[in-house]
Design a protein around this ligand. Sequence first.
Ligand SMILES: Nc1ncnc2c1ncn2[C@@H]1O[C@H](COP(=O)(O)OP(=O)(O)OP(=O)(O)O)[C@@H](O)[C@H]1O
Length: 245
Amino acid sequence: MTVIRTERLAKAYGDVAALDGLSLSVDSGELYGLLGPNGAGKTTAMEVLTGQTVADSGEAEVLGVDPETDPIGVRERVGILPEKESPPSFSTPREYFQFVGSVRGMTDERVDEQTETWAQRLSFAEKLDTLSTDLSRGQQQKTMIAGAFLHEPEVVFIDEPLANLDPIVQERVKRFLTNYREAGNTVVVSTHNVEVAAELCSRVGVVNAGELVAEVVPSELATDETLLDVFIEHVDDREEWTGDE
Ligand SMILES: Nc1ncnc2c1ncn2[C@@H]1O[C@H](COP(=O)(O)OP(=O)(O)OP(=O)(O)O)[C@@H](O)[C@H]1O
């Protein structure tokens, strides 16, 4: 069943075309990767799909809801991990989870349960009552990840989820995401990390200059081909510095 769909989405910021005819479709139970270079339009696509910004033209639908006409309806039903945001500096992770829980209509008991579960999953129980401003960047990221999944939404949008996490926690988050999808939920992950996309995603959409330029099922790649090969084939058309002098 299709749970996320975009049709010829376009959005410009001044003369920059952030989205330029993006069409894609994601089924329930997929861990779908949006893979693209810096500035490809991944974050803008996630923002349109979660009702945080409006496209200039084209269509978008999440769980049958149009994020342009009913942005609150979409946000009620999905989890979101934005790329650049941190938990509010004046609150502790526990308070942030209580806030998320109240917005998401969770009972206090469920919030407490989930707070303990996530603190254990990501090893930050001793930081639950520390002001966010005094947390490390990775501890803030753990708080944001837990916040996105706290109410166990059936669709979750996550932007660079592994940023700032140590390798052990990265592995735990990857395993969690795989289990979450295997339980029938849908996750869209935006990244420019090819290895993460290849390892984690059931399907990857390569986005370049605001359009979908390729789709790949990593497990079906030929043995002599990698996701990086596909990425470079479709994206590396810029005559830029290669790293050699
Ligand atoms: N609020 C904004 N105002 C002006 N330009 C913007 C704005 N947001 C995005 N852009 C531009 O739109 C383009 C797409 O940006 P976007 O953040 O969607 O890319 P991205 O694929 O998520 O990139 P990255 O991987 O670097 O995070 C870029 O050229 C960016 O500079």
